[in-house]
Design a protein around this ligand. Sequence first.
Ligand SMILES: Cc1ncc(COP(=O)(O)O)c(C=O)c1O
Length: 414
Amino acid sequence: MIPYGRQSIDEDDIAAVAAALRSDYLTTGPRVEAFEADLAQATGAAHAVVCNSGTAALYIAARALGLGPGDVAIVPSMTFLATASAPFLAGAEIVFADVDPDTGLMRPEDLERAIAEARRRFPEGRLAAAFVVHLNGQCADMPALKALCDARDLFLVEDACHALGGATRRADEPEAAGREARVGDTRWSHLACFSFHPVKTIAMGEGGAVTTQDAALAEALRLHRNHGMVRDPERWRHRDMGFDAGGEPNPWYYELETPGLNFRVPDVLCALGSSQLKKLDRFVAGRAEVVAHYDRAIAGLAPAILGPAKVPWGRPAWHLFAARVDWATLGVERGAAMRLLRAQAVGTQVHYIPLHRQPFWERRYGRQDLSGAEAYYAAALSLPLFAAMEYADVGRVVQSLEKLSAGAAQPRSP
Ligand SMILES: Cc1ncc(COP(=O)(O)O)c(C=O)c1O
């Protein structure tokens, strides 16, 4: 089976995890801070706060920004559930933005329309934040989105779960100017959130992180990662309980600043994260080669099957190879095609069902028409993509697609 995504684990990773297991700390030990330092260096951010999933990263980001009841956050409809669930569970209402039907990315005009919609729908609410998703590993037009957010005093959060290792630049600046910003350095945002799920660019099993240039936000992220509890004596409010008669802090003491949950990530997994991060450039380059090979190999299947639409700025860190399929021209429905491909040992997926069409959100906000997201969804089919994928694997996937288009493959009986 060629899965649609998979991790690359080698002996270095196994040795790093084994060393952590043999150490004194399974969690809350030195490997957490070491991984944070490695991640800050890899992204160019001043601070990295690691946690136990991309979902947790989005949630502590929302809490650190103070999102809560009375606030409104804008989220593109074309993303995974967690991008909207996180700010919603922090207390904010969500307004979904449309996306480019070809790339699936939220454009400045989509954000502007969503801002107007938020004002109309929640006239009493404080429009507080916009979340932007670097879908498939390509960056949205960050400088333009940031300018819009600045003009309206909105926080801008990057859901960069797909994009670790990528870079972006101003759309109007030639590549030759060389002024790229690494994804996660938050040059054009307040916070960037990452996932280290096994299909992502680096794998920890479960893991995530938020990066920022802002020390106060980093401190707030740490607070919300760990129950909302304060261990720093300088921030305690009850001096009588926190300090002894001699003015020394009591060693057992902590205070609750605000109720929170446990989003800490164990040292064992941080060891894996640091070890994987050393190979980030290789993983990103490997995925880029596979994408280039796919692009050449599927050219003959146009117009029924096209590769992903590319944005003209920055350097993607390809997470998914999201083919765009005209099912009518191909002559087969998407579900049947996925079953036929599976029968030929080719794993595929669909990223994503537009959030505004999810029953929960439809019940809450009513049926919306976001035609860009719906058109993107209608055509989307993620083909296998991972760093260790061989050209021969790409060849097999493309042959299976050719059989589909020729109608040669027959479904297996159930
Ligand atoms: C765009 C996006 N956001 C958030 C998440 C959540 O990450 P995790 O699975 O690590 O919780 C994912 C992962 O599937 C994702 O693809």
